[in-house]
Design a binder for this molecule. Sequence first.
Ligand code: GMP
Length: 233
Amino acid sequence: ATQPHLLVEPGDCHDIALIPGDPGRVDRIAKQCTNVEPLAENREYKLVNAEYEDTPLTICSTGIGCPSAAIAIEELNAVGVETVIRCGTTGALQSDIEIGDMVVATAAAKEEGTTKRYESAVYPAAPDYNVLSALVDAAEANDEAIHVGPIVSDDAFYAESEEYVDDWAAANLLAIEMEAAAVFSLARRKGMGAGAICTVDGNLVEGTQKGADGDEELPPKARNNVERAITIT
Ligand code: GMP
């Protein structure tokens, strides 16, 4: 049946989906692909099918936050997608992580309400090992500045105060974003593969906030990296 939010049905999508948060990034990723075929567009969800170096993929935006990302994972699963890779943005929590660097998540703290509706907070939000190692290998092969480690998925962008940021930084979490916990937890529950590679768009401990400019993008090299990563998974 046609899914109520993504507006796709079984058979429409490829096995692997790249899932940025921003629907605008769907087009920017698709520009680097061939055989681009628009699938659907509704609210924050934009979907296209495409090929990157002979690998067929679906690109689907999740919107901002775990509630919206959880709907995307549920409906991608319902139409047969097997692997989801979040390629988004994140704010650095360590001073040695620079804007434009990449963060590959080995876990996501569940600082959000969505996964608690599915399971107790003791269940881990972690990527699939095969996807994780493929992302690291691909990023290293591309000579990216990458940082591999745990991140936190928060619900409240504008409540990330200095004290709050310092707390997570002291725990040696690398970065903060808003979707990975839901992506990892739901994918695990559904038996899907999941991973996340995010470009750093600000440094919260250095006081460099995410830019107000909506068209700050992944640097071209980073975008290539994200897509190369896909071909390896
Ligand atoms: O601007 C919020 C969106 O970008 C969300 O989709 C987050 O995943 C991501 N993001 C990038 N940088 C940050 C940040 O510093 N804090 C939070 N909460 N989200 C960020």
